[in-house]
Design a binder for this molecule. Sequence first.
Ligand SMILES: NC(=O)c1ccc[n+]([C@@H]2O[C@H](COP(=O)([O-])OP(=O)(O)OC[C@H]3O[C@@H](n4cnc5c(N)ncnc54)[C@H](O)[C@@H]3O)[C@@H](O)[C@H]2O)c1
Length: 369
Amino acid sequence: MITEVRVLRLYIIGAGVIGRTHAEAANKLSEPIKLRVADTNPIALATFCHQFPEAIGFTDIEKMLNSEAAEDDDIVIVSTPPLAHLDPTKLSLKSGRHVLCEKPLAMNISQAQEMTLLAEKHDRLLGCCSVRFKGMPHMEAVKEVIRSGILGDIYHVTFVNKWERSRSGIEYQPTSRWFLDSTKSGGGVLMDWGPYDFATLNDILNPNVIDINSAWVAKPVTEIDPSDTPFDVETHVGASMTYICGNHPVHVHYERASCAHGEEYVRAEIEGTLGAVRWTPFDSRQPVFRRYDKQGQIVEENVETGPRSEFTIFDNPLLHFYKKVRRLNSHANVNQQVLNNFHCISSLYTAAKKNEKQTINLVQKGVMI
Ligand SMILES: NC(=O)c1ccc[n+]([C@@H]2O[C@H](COP(=O)([O-])OP(=O)(O)OC[C@H]3O[C@@H](n4cnc5c(N)ncnc54)[C@H](O)[C@@H]3O)[C@@H](O)[C@H]2O)c1
């Protein structure tokens, strides 16, 4: 008897830094890959094809998508800068393929809504790469602590990642200047890191409503700020939010910075009436701690985390989405979920801009805009 070998057809749009990372992740999946790649920049395309000689390269997205008829489980990864997420996603969905889009999903909420509506219309999955940290052992350990009830009533979360000098386009990946230009990136550190923050917070707390009570954005100045390229994005952002989980309010202090004059400070901590849990969301090798009271004294213990898998945070977006497409248990966020998470980011900008509270209903389908 001849058994058919399944082959995953993967189409990467955008052959830059993260496009190449996804191609590496693809080679770790448990089935053979047929790889196609499109980039409008012939140099980027040539670099990619040199690293992955098995790939067929195109400088035209439509030519790539039309080069063969779509099959039910084809996956397109859109790994271009945010300005170029909408059109390639629309073309790919219309071609009958599932789409995994890099973060941030879109430039604004109306684009995000257009993308999710189109995915629904074509009965395709639309995922977002903001799930890098979902399913990691440290995250699952924190979720298990919450589920067990040993923290009592959860009332407060601190979620702060304040780095002194880590601006994309300056200290990090300085050749990709588009990060600094809001007409190409959609925004600064909130667009860049907020997708991971909200994918993480929403996964752990599972709210039905989020109130962004107040928010602010800032752009601390440094002596090496570039003047030869547009640089108009925020590098420090914060919000006071109330997550309604069931009927229960949880107060969230949120902050994220890629440049700050204040001291570097990284803390994720969930506090309840019977204890607290503390972890490092973006460094999965750091321990998870539980603190509670014994005879009036604080006790701090390490929480057991499960074994690490061969897959890293760089593999997770594709791994999770591939499992979802193959109808396996998966940590992927798709369709309404990716819209909800993007809505958190766009509402935070609105709250900061208008100095007005914003409410996000995560249960309700669609987004009122
Ligand atoms: N670099 C990272 O560490 C990183 C990590 C996670 C997510 N991301 C996200 O991945 C996306 C891409 O980032 P990057 O760092 O790989 O950028 P990059 O600058 O390294 O590469 C982007 C590539 O997209 C190509 N491109 C631009 N417009 C195109 C179009 N219309 N059609 C086809 N190709 C086009 C460019 O030629 C370039 O090769 C962004 O949304 C970013 O936020 C980046």
